[in-house]
Write a protein that binds this ligand. Structure first.
Ligand SMILES: Nc1ncnc2c1ncn2[C@@H]1O[C@H](COP(=O)(O)OP(=O)(O)OP(=O)(O)O)[C@@H](O)[C@H]1O
Ligand SMILES: [Mg+2]
Length: 314
């Protein structure tokens, strides 16, 4: 696995369990590890039975954790936008624009944009300090949308830059008898801000599509719906050049089953495992058994061996 590892997958398949167990395993090997939750319904605090907030805290030897608060990040994000504006628009309309920004804070997409900015900030600022940065994400749809943001926002920002340029050109032509002034357009404060944001999006895209730095792992169960959802998500991410290199098939039933109900379940499971191998040929597949207990810090240790023993991979 690369330095940055994302754990994604359908709701309830075991993303938090697997990412926490993998993080513990890395920390145990002596790697300085940071576990980050991007799921608004944070549950790494529950697994480690420790309060983890929106600031990095140490939870075990070599293991730090952080739960990104989209609410706080959204506020910070909006404040940054407001601060930027101060230098751009006249003080007379600042108040009105600020009102509109506050309204935008509750519009769809803003929380995701803020969350994404924070994620990229962590990757850029913390990559030197940590050997591994592991992300426990929210169920598939949310995460796939998040990963596609740089591409979508990049295209949108580009169209805004072009529109602003057109508007300035028209204004110049009206004022200077049909003449354009390229320097003035290049130095326009709004265009500068949009370009900076566009460049940051390109940088973010370069980071999340770098297959030597970032691994995307999908967790699934050997059942019909998680397989279907994984297929779709892998294809969408592929379109955005994000490669899913490993799959974790979690909660595999034990072999020594006597009860007829479970024997049938086990047979069905075998069929789905075969389908997973067939569908996702070429990807690393890690199998994790179903344990008797609920997952907590003291027993996710039992799962660590499955990340460490290469012979269990196929
Ligand atoms: N290998 C396992 N053996 C037994 N129970 C497991 C295993 N993996 C996960 N569980 C249990 O399944 C439930 C869901 O696991 P988890 O919270 O890790 O899933 P998730 O994918 O993070 O869910 P969400 O989409 O809600 O974030 C938990 O109660 C957990 O204890
Ligand atoms: Mg979870």
């Amino acid at each position: 696995m690369n330095k940055i590892v994302f754990f994604g997958g359908k709701g309830g398949v075991g993303k938090t369990t697997c990412s926490s167990s993998f993080a513990l395993s890395c920390a145990n090997k002596g790697m300085k590890t940071l576990l980050v939750s991007t799921d608004p319904a944070h549950s790494i605090s529950d697994i480690f039975e420790t309060k983890i907030g929106y600031k990095i805290v140490n939870i075990r030897e070599n293991l730090d954790a952080l739960e990104i608060s989209s609410e706080i990040e959204c506020k910070n994000y909006m404040n940054r936008v407001k601060a930027n504006l101060k230098n751009v628009v006249s003080p007379v309309i600042v108040k009105e624009i600020k009102k509109q920004i506050d309204a935008a804070a509750i519009s769809p997409g803003t929380e995701e944009a803020a969350l994404f900015d924070k994620m990229i900030e962590i990757i850029i600022d913390k990559s030197e300090e940590y050997d591994k940065i592991i992300f426990d994400t929210a169920p598939t749809g949310h995460t796939v949308r998040l990963m596609s943001l740089p591409e979508l926002l990049g295209a949108w920002l580009n169209s805004l830059i072009l529109k602003r340029k057109k508007a300035l050109e028209l204004m110049q032509m009206a004022q200077n008898a049909g003449k354009k002034n390229k320097d003035e357009i290049e130095n326009d404060a709004v265009i500068k801000i949009l370009k900076k944001r566009y460049d940051n999006m390109q940088k973010a895209r370069a980071i999340i599509t770098d297959n030597d730095k970032l691994s995307f792992v999908f967790v699934l169960n050997a059942e019909k719906l998680p397989i279907e959802e994984t297929k779709k998500a892998v294809n969408i991410l592929d379109k955005y050049k994000i490669k899913v290199d490993s799959l974790i098939v979690n909660r595999i039933l034990p072999d020594d089953i006597k009860d007829e109900f479970w024997i049938n379940k086990k047979e069905l499971e075998k069929k789905y495992i075969d389908e997973i191998y067939e569908t996702f040929k070429g990807k690393k597949i890690i199998k994790i058994p179903m344990l008797k207990q609920d997952m907590r810090a003291n027993n996710i240790k039992e799962l660590m061996v499955y990340f460490e023993d290469e012979s269990r991979l196929s």
